[in-house]
Write a protein of this length. Structure first.
Ligand code: SAH
Length: 346
């Protein structure tokens, strides 16, 4: 039988655990700090708990971990791609990026993805399972231990759709944000979603000031459905309403992500439809150059064309940036993460 994973438990769950085995409640916080603040992964190192208690815990619990199958370092910038193996041999990827201002990690929330966006590598092999909160946490902790650095910015933009794994993602956010734990600022956490309205509504209700990035890619309903099947059940008009409500409740600026694909979504009309998605919102558009995957044969817009598209948007009064490419030499850029290791040997 699989043991109870201590890393996957919040403080109140740990309190109940300790009480249930006749121990004092305050042990919970001690253990939580050890796992989430001290970034330790071995029960034997937590000598603040007696040896007897540690032995008792070991009988039915564990502190789970993931292992680094491979780390690939970019030669052009400080980006590092991590390929992790999970306890059941599933594979996920995370990307570490560094700038003067902060250390950022882009993490996965699922093994594979169900969304089916035609241009994205992560969904090409389908979906296997959700990650537990502990497996999402471990991506951050493992990289910190490997590099001996503190990560201060977290983007849930790796493999998977965060809102398709809502409960575990929310648990992850609460644990990593806890001041008894890693204490990542809530405003330093970004969820990127393909636009699942029920998830946006649920997150809004928590009142947590998490940044929200919406993968828009097309502001025309019919055309969006052609590249993002999820758009069929999540109409743009409703998405826009959900974002207005999210902003109302959290006060956070919304960012739209927009992969510029040559002759697909880069006309003046497209710019106008993006504008309508911004109406009434404090929103910002992040243009991304399409990163090529073998399964999608459309061309990336050229840099000058992306620049021109940016100007079109700015002329319409929309705040726009072009996302800096990082780690493109190691297939670590947006949409290139996969859940199959063999793609490495290409
Ligand atoms: N499912 C979530 C998070 C994972 S995708 C979402 O859809 O937002 C992370 C980001 O990479 C999204 O903005 C996604 O649209 C973008 N992306 C996917 N494939 C890409 C590609 N081939 N080139 C550039 N960006 C891509």
């Amino acid at each position: 039988m699989k043991k109870l994973d201590l890393k996957n438990m919040n403080i109140s769950e740990l309190e109940n655990l300790f009480l249930s085995i006749g121990e004092k409640k305050f042990r919970a916080k001690q253990l939580f700090k050890y796992i989430h603040k001290e970034n330790k992964n071995d029960l034997d190192e937590i000598t603040v708990l007696s040896k007897d208690l540690r032995e008792k815990l070991k009988e039915f619990t564990e502190i789970s971990d993931i292992s680094i199958l491979k780390r690939i370092d970019s030669k052009i910038d400080k980006t590092k791609k991590y390929i992790f193996k999970l306890y059941d041999n599933n594979i996920i990827e995370s990307v570490y990026m560094e700038s003067k201002a902060n250390n950022t990690i882009c993490i996965s929330t699922q093994v594979g993805c169900k969304m089916g966006c035609v241009f994205c590598a992560s969904t090409q092999n389908g979906y296997s399972r959700n990650l537990s909160a502990a497996e999402i946490l471990s991506q951050v902790y493992k990289v910190e231990r490997d590099l001996n650095k503190r990560i201060d910015n977290i983007v849930l933009m790796g493999i998977g759709e965060p809102f398709d794994n809502f409960d575990n993602v929310l648990k992850f956010i609460k644990i990593i944000n806890s001041d008894d734990g890693h204490n990542t600022g809530i405003r330093n956490i970004t969820i990127s979603t393909s636009g699942i309205i029920s998830g946006i509504d649920k997150l809004a209700k928590t009142g947590l000031q998490v940044n929200l990035a919406i993968s828009l890619h097309n502001g025309i309903q019919k055309e969006r459905e052609d590249i993002m099947p999820i758009a069929k059940g999540n109409k743009l008009t409703k998405l826009h309403e959900a974002l207005l409500d999210y902003q109302n409740k959290t006060g956070r600026r919304i960012s739209y992500e927009y992969v510029v694909i040559k002759d697909v979504n880069d006309s003046y009309d497209h710019a106008r439809y993006i504008k309508s998605m911004c109406s009434g919102l404090d929103a910002h558009v992040n243009l991304i150059s399409l990163n090529k995957i073998d399964e999608y044969n459309k061309q990336a817009a050229r840099d000058p064309d992306i620049q021109r598209f940016k100007e079109k948007l700015e002329n319409l009064g929309i705040n726009t940036t072009i996302r800096r490419k990082q780690g493109s030499d190691i297939d670590a850029a947006c949409g290139q993460l996969r859940n199959k290791y063999e793609t490495l040997s290409r």
